[in-house]
Design a protein around this ligand. Sequence first.
Ligand code: ADP
Ligand code: MG
Length: 326
Amino acid sequence: MEFDLIEVIRSRCSVSRADVRLGIGDDAAVLSPPAGHDLAVSTDTLVAGIHFPFAVSARDLGWKALAVNLSDLAAMGATPAWALLALTLPDASRDFVAAFADGFAELAAQHGVALVGGDTTRGPLNVGVTVHGFIASGRALRRDGARPGDLVFVTGTLGDAAAGLRCLDRADARAPELFNAPADTREALVARLNRPLPRVSAGAALRDLASACIDVSDGLLADLGHIAERSGVGIELDAEALPSSSALLALFERDERLVLQAAGGDDYELAFCAAPARATEVQRDLARIGCGATRIGRVVEGERVRLFDRDGSELVFERGGWNHFG
Ligand code: ADP
Ligand code: MG
């Protein structure tokens, strides 16, 4: 049975690359990274009931499992090349695996990623993906390069995925209202949750421009906290500057919106720092790519991430809402 399932996956993932000497079918893949490049490697696991609701479609799950991994490569400025897929399945459902592989393959094709191996076992549903990408030697975008005086930016818009999750949650305080919202608005938010677009070209463009970069998976404040900690700096953000999609603006008032944007997560946008002298180039290059970049704050001496309201007071997230501080 496992051999059949591997064939179901292999036949759908059709990207072939000259740098794959040996792909699926032997005891190990044999791969040939380009000269003069470093290899960026990352792995992420999605567990049913924790990282995705059981109701998610197999096709969306396949897409997202690869997307969250490509987002990690994007945050390093790496160009994706190869993936490995470790699938643990409660039963040998061919239809599930086929739909999963279709979603995975759709995104893999967009980024020229070859599936070069993996593992298929029986157990509680669990999806582990490992990705490999290339970066010119010594040029990776890291978390530890932010310096006081740098500006802080984010690609795209924030909060949509977390808003999409609320739209699906029958126990949400506003469930009937969100459920009856215009279909295109709801669907735009849910699509950001189920089919995130890893910012691979943005990451590549930022290789020469950003001083530090991270992808927003846990939530903007939490993730920028990692840059602050690794760089030994503080970060100040302007609440008013956080970019919103029209769908988010249509369904959520400011306070709710701010929770989704600053603490929601699952955005898979890139949050990054750059010297002020690079700001024009950053905004021009990312506009050209299509995602754009919004300036949301600055790097200061200090050690944590603080969010400021338009009147200059600090906003602190407590007991499910925002409180003014100081
Ligand atoms: P082994 O027992 O040597 O680990 P497997 O039967 O697990 O071999 O795998 C056979 C081949 O199929 C290997 O090349 C492996 O990388 C590949 N493979 C297994 N499962 C997957 C999967 N889910 N996705 C992609 N390749 C897989
Ligand atoms: Mg194996």
